[in-house]
Design a protein around this ligand. Sequence first.
Ligand code: DLL
Length: 439
Amino acid sequence: MTTSYDAEFMYAREAETMPRAALWDLQVERLRWTLNRAYDHVPHYKRAFDKAGVRPDCLNTLNDLQHFPFTVKTDLRDNYPFDIFATPVGDLARLHASSGTTGKPTVVGYTAGDLDRWSDLAARSLAAAGARPHDIVHNAYGYGLFTGGLGAHCGAERLGCVVVPISGGGTERQVTLLKDFNPAILCATPSYALNIAEVAENMGVDMATLPLRRGFFGAEPWSEGMRAELDQRLGIKSVDVYGLSEIMGPGVACECDVARDGLHGWEDHFLFEIIDPDTLESLPMGESGELVITSLTKEAMPMIRYRTRDITRLTDEPCACGRTHLRIKRVTGRDDDMMIIRGVNVFPSQIESVLVGLDGLAPHYLIRLFKDGPLDAIALDVELCPDVPEDDKTLAAKAADVRHHIKSIIGVTCQVTAKRSGELPRSEGKAVRVVDTRV
Ligand code: DLL
């Protein structure tokens, strides 16, 4: 049997290529349904709408959404565990939760219908990334309360793929199964995919010669340089997938493997806005700011204007793949991950972009924030590639080189320490990029 891997394959062609006018009509209809559901079934939304002086029937066009209040993460925490749900908890099919480093976790609920739509959108995303029915999908996203594992799993099954539910960790075993099962698709965080590539090299397995075709990578910020590194070391096309627990999980938006230039946000299920995080004003198409998402079809947990804290921009320029849904450009980071070092705004992903362009450096790094007297300061640990000499002179020269590039490209002065190959911690899921010792 020959399988067609044509770039035109779409899991849901009619929805994905819908003319904009039809999409807007569908969005208004679904938005009205969502606003009514939220107002009638969730006391938090009733209070918030009443306080803002709006009711669901105030919405005539999509533009009217801007009169409705935002939802923020603390609204979920304040309604812990189940008060933000529009469905009685006993009628739900599943609960997920985000671990959260401080305070209570945020709990998210799904009805059977929500899970069905999530599977569809994850399948749509995998197909856009280049997965096809009958492909073997190696799923190294963590299973459990994190939405990555089960989200990618159900999407792959829905698409008609064969799933290997390996979850994260046990990296040597991952490499063995990648070699023996010959999957076409690797699902993982980009930092874990890099760890897998490195362990494979150490085991003498040349990943680039295996049939693996695509990486379905997301759940954390990553740079174009990291993409090039993963493409080359794994012999694949790496594709960016975005999602967040509060909205759904993986599959809110995904790049197509035709353009790999921005993630198609599935607009028949979500509305995307960009706001200025300081003034909270909506920004025009193309401007950079905070991504705000409204769900259009969620039953258990309708989300009205959820402030993601993710910094990006939208584009509605036509895409070569023919999909009509707008694209979310690469998420540079969360505004709460942004470091302000002596007046300069820096995201960890900017530092990554500089490092992956430098010879002799492995793309592993750790940023440390500390107090230098009254001022915030930044230190950076980087790591040499295994083939680079590891004498003290080389380490010092590399550190100086990195310091120079960070200063000239990003504009901040940082203390750099170059480490020998293998000295920095490796990721098995979402990488920890920043350690903050300020307090
Ligand atoms: O990370 C869902 C997911 C799983 C997405 C697997 C993609 C793949 P949370 O744990 O709730 O959910 O974390 C959501 O992770 O607000 C972003 O800050 C970040 N994030 C997710 N995808 C990307 C991406 C999952 N492609 C938070 N690029 C989001 C940059 C991302 N950041």
